[in-house]
Design a protein around this ligand. Structure first.
Ligand code: UD2
Length: 343
């Protein structure tokens, strides 16, 4: 072997060694990023590659924050810097550990008036399986038929409270009056007792985790019917005479009336404002296009939600699932409006 050959060989060994030491972590980093977009279960196991994991002081492993982490196929932050929660944008185990330390209580309200009582059993049973499992939960059912409320076994720390409300000849009235009842519930019962509240439609079922990732000061859910549309297509109230009016060119998302929430003070403010605007409109003979949903949309335009939930948090069973919707957490069941509504 001549000396020249040995020198070249040595040089190559050194270069390859340096490449191995410095490039391996980069390769693994990329590998981790690729893994991060696959194999999500919706229940906590987001990542397969252990290489990226940092060990927190409490022993939890979770991915290092990264601007490229998460989703690139959907909007995951608003222009006012509120997160838009999609599967893959959060780490449930970490979030749960943070809120467990705070020992929070979450309330849910649901109205089952007239024939809508038939939806209650599925709603309650699936909430037991998926809604804030492992946390203290109080579900408030408002109904005109308290004796018909199904007996659903609640886990330890979870409670069902049934309250009577009158029926009405108009479904619009039943739907819109929820704001008034939520306002009163917060004022008279929940203050000092509950940390967060979610107000949900009864004709719906949970299918997958709805948990701490949804918590925020003021939380709105993007309506599954309009999340791909331009704002000009949103069914906002368009008559300037209504207090729910949203002018052309205004509006961020079209939000659902069927799910919203947040801390008590924020939801109280929302419910009080929507109720007052709905009632003041009624005195002038106006009812917004989508009742309290229209008022909620006006409210959220003026008071930006601090957290926005993707349509995973209120899908509609009659819609085929789109590819960006990796998990359906809660969805409205198919119903025959003519048969169940009082008018
Ligand atoms: C949308 C909204 C709903 C509401 C409504 C406009 C979603 C998924 N739904 O749904 O929240 O904003 O537009 O008013 O965003 N209810 C009864 N008994 C009745 C009628 C209604 O209990 O006879 C309650 C029940 O909890 C129901 C809710 O009111 O889930 C809303 O009524 P809906 O489901 O008929 O309203 P819908 O499908 O038009």
């Amino acid at each position: 072997m001549n000396l020249k050959f040995v020198a070249v060989l040595l040089f190559l060994v050194v270069v390859l060694g340096v490449m191995f030491i410095y490039l391996k972590p980069i390769y693994r980093f990329r590998e981790g990023l690729c893994d991060s977009s696959e194999g999500r279960s919706g229940d906590g196991h987001l990542f397969r590659s252990p290489d990226l994991h940092l060990v927190a002081t409490n022993g939890l492993k979770y991915p290092q924050p990264s601007i490229t982490h998460g989703r690139t196929d959907v909007v995951s932050v608003t222009p006012w810097l509120a997160p838009v929660v999609w599967e893959g944008t959060f780490y449930p185990v970490l979030l749960d550990s943070i809120y467990q330390k705070r020992n929070i209580t979450v309330a849910a309200t649901v109205f089952a008036v007239g024939k809508y009582i038939r939806f209650l059993k599925d709603f309650l049973e699936t909430a037991e399986q998926h809604f804030f499992v492992g946390f203290r939960v109080k579900v408030y059912v408002f109904t005109d038929q308290p004796n018909e409320v199904p007996k659903v076994k609640m886990a330890a720390g979870r409670e069902l409270v049934v309250r009577s409300v009158p029926n009405s000849k108009r479904w619009q009235e039943i739907s819109a009056r929820r704001m008034e009842i939520i306002q009163t519930l917060i004022e008279e019962t929940l203050k000092n007792d509950v940390d967060y509240i979610f107000c949900l439609d009864v004709d719906s079922k949970f299918h997958s985790r709805w948990g701490t990732e949804s918590l925020g000061e003021l939380v709105a859910v993007i309506h599954p019917g309009y999340y791909k549309d331009d704002r000009s297509k949103f069914p906002y109230e368009r008559r300037p005479a209504s207090r729910a009016y949203v002018a052309p060119g205004e509006g961020d998302f079209y939000y659902c009336g069927g799910a919203f929430g947040g801390v008590l003070a924020e939801v109280h403010q929302l419910a009080q404002t929507c109720r007052k605007n709905f009632e003041d409109d009624a005195k002038e003979g106006i009812e917004a296009a989508w009742q309290e949903e229209s008022h909620l949309n006006r409210y959220m335009w003026l008071n930006k939600p601090s957290k926005v939930l993707s349509p995973e948090y209120l899908w509609q069973d009659f819609k085929a699932r789109n590819s960006e919707v990796r998990v359906i957490r809660f969805s409205g069941v198919i119903k025959n409006y003519n048969e169940i509504r009082p008018n």
